[in-house]
Each structure stands twice: as structure tokens, then as C-alpha cells.
Design a binder for this molecule. Sequence first.
Ligand code: LLP
Length: 386
Amino acid sequence: MKGIFPIDKFRSLRTPFYYYDTRVLRDTLAAINSEMSRYDRFATHYAIKANANPKVLAIIRESGMGADCVSGGEIRAAIRAGFPASKIVFAGVGKADWEINLGLEYGIFCFNVESIPELEVINQLAAARDKVANIAFRINPDVGAHTHANITTGLAENKFGISMRDMDKVIDIALGMKNVRFIGLHFHIGSQILDMGDFIALCNRVNELQDKLEARHILVEHINVGGGLGIDYTHPNRQPIPAFKEYFATYAGQLKLRPHQTLHFELGRAVVGQCGSLISQVLYVKQGTKKKFAILDAGFTDLIRPALYQAYHKIENITSDEPVEAYDVVGPICESSDVFGKAIDLNGAKRGDLFALRSAGAYGEIMASGYNCRELPKGYTSDELI
Ligand code: LLP
């Protein structure tokens, strides 16, 4: 065991694989529950898209959270993991008929509706089953977030949600329909947000919209502010638990929740990000003309975030105490973007060393692909490797 990793156990596993430290996950869930318990009428739904590994889902479900799904496949994964349908919300700009039907059949808590055509289809499909679907409208709040351009969602130019100026109209349409019940408003401004000011901007916008609706005597039972709380990719050991205290306190302080309302959150990255590492073996150390390359058996098929978003994941050589040297850490895929980090200071590396790519619990394993006919990485929890 070096540091936090059971190296001996790792040696018997085929690399690359994801390793989930269940102590970190359980501590994170306990922190969420303890911060949430300060406030009445707060509810969280775990965003399944961040990580749907069944062993991880089982632990999250035990903590009592609901589930936030964006596809029929995610609804199935949530139900299989034991999340109650009554705590499932279903978002997405392009819900297919079979996915809507699946949600109706399970009787999920709420469809987060993103357009009028979608509303019409849900109403029709619910009517055909003689059901009434709970719906919330996802409103695009036109609030920017200080994060990567590819992961902001709440700007007018993004494809998500219904524009604010159409809010009254869509609510009126829904109120006139027989097979949908309008229960709430939904928002989401982006991901990996560390600046509480961004969440305050969303609160201000929600307050404005609520005042307008109140003036029209329209009651909204549920406000859902999405997810987006970021994690510390630079210091996964120093700060394994995200800033839940500040996050929930920001909403409690800034969002004017009406007495009858419940405030919902959809946290993904902040729940699972820090518990996961991608463990990979050094295949070769190659001396280039100007630098040294550590060539891993993991590539962007296993962890795509660096290639796709230029995301930073801390890399550690967990089997070496040799003097530190700089390496470009790269994968085996036949593309020049298959690079995890350039000029990274690492303990001297040799063939067979194990590297950990940290903070990879969110949007890691779930975004893996089979490009180059590579196998998908497996995921192991620390509970299994005792
Ligand atoms: N709710 C909605 C409507 C969302 O679109 C998302 C994420 C979440 C909740 C959860 O957000 P979180 O708490 O995880 O920030 N693959 C990207 C992130 C994409 C996020 C998409 N939506 C990445 O690897 O950074």
C-alpha cells in the first residue's frame, strides 16, 4: 500500500481500470446529507450521467438521494440500482417516445421538459396510457458560468431549455392540457463551477421569474436548480470533499423559496469526482529529442476529458520513489490528442510502474469508448479489494 492505494491488489488486476475509494464516496455522501439536513425542503438527485457503475450507484442510493436521468438507459440503470421511481427526474432536449413511455410506465417523479413539441408528445403518450405526467419546464436562464465553454449550458445561445420570454406561454399551454401536471421549474447553468457568484446569479434570475409568476397567481411547487458544483482537480488529497456547505448556504441565503416549495439539486461531479482514479500501467518510457514520454496502457478511450476539454487530472506514479523528472504522459491511441499531460513532474518511471490519474470518478468510466477496438475499462471499489 503506497498512500491511499492497495498496490499489491492492483498488481493482480488487468490495467487500465477505474478504482473507486468507497471511504471517500461515503464521506462525500455523509457531508452532503449533513449540510442538507440544515435546511427544510431541500432534495438532491444524483446525476447518473457522471458515473453509472452499479457498485457506485448502490452506495449513492443507500444515502437516500434521488436520481437525475437523461435517457431511458439511465432510468433503467437507476431503477436497477434501487432508486425509487418517485425520486427520479428525467431531463434532456431529445427524449425519444420509448424513453418517455418508460418514464410513464415507472411513474417517475417528473419530466423536465425542454420544448413545446416535447410537451405535446408527453401529453399524447400519457393520454394513451391514461396517465398524468408531472412536468417541470427547463428554463434557459441566460446566466453564464465561469467554466469551460463546452460545459456551460445556461446561455441563450445553448440548445438547452425554453427561453425566459416563452415561460408564461408554455405554462399556459400545460395548464390547459389534461395529461400533464405542471409542478415546477428547472434550471442548470453548467458544470465544474467553483465561483459561488455564478449560483447567486442563477438565484437572482429564479427570484425574478418567481415574482412574475406570483403576480399571475401561478403556484410552482418545485424549483430545481440543476447541478454544477465543481471539485478541486489540483488537490484531490487536500480537498476531497467539495464545498457543499457554501453551495447549499448560497441557495438557502439567496433563493427566495416560498413556504410551500421544495428546492431540488442535481449533483453529479461533486458526488463521485474525487473517489475515482484511473489506474494504468507504464508500457514504455521513451526518450524523445527534447523530452521523455511515459506511454501508458490507458488512452483517451478510457478517460477522454483531457483530450475533449483540455481538462487537468493530477497524475501520480504510485509505485516509484525515484527522483522526480518531467514526462509527457501519453496513451496508445493513434491520435496526437491522446495526451494526459505535458511536462508533468513524476517520480522516475519505468516499464510496469502504475500511474493514477486522479479525480476521475465523474465523467470518466461512463464516457469510455471502444475506439481502436479497445476494451472498456472495468471499475473496482476499494470494498472489493480488501
Ligand atoms: N443537471 C443537468 C441538467 C445537467 O445537464 C448536468 C450535467 C447535471 C445536472 C450534473 O452536473 P454536475 O453536477 O456533474 O456538474 N462531461 C463533462 C460534464 C458534462 C455535464 C453535463 N451536464 C465533463 O466531463 O466535464
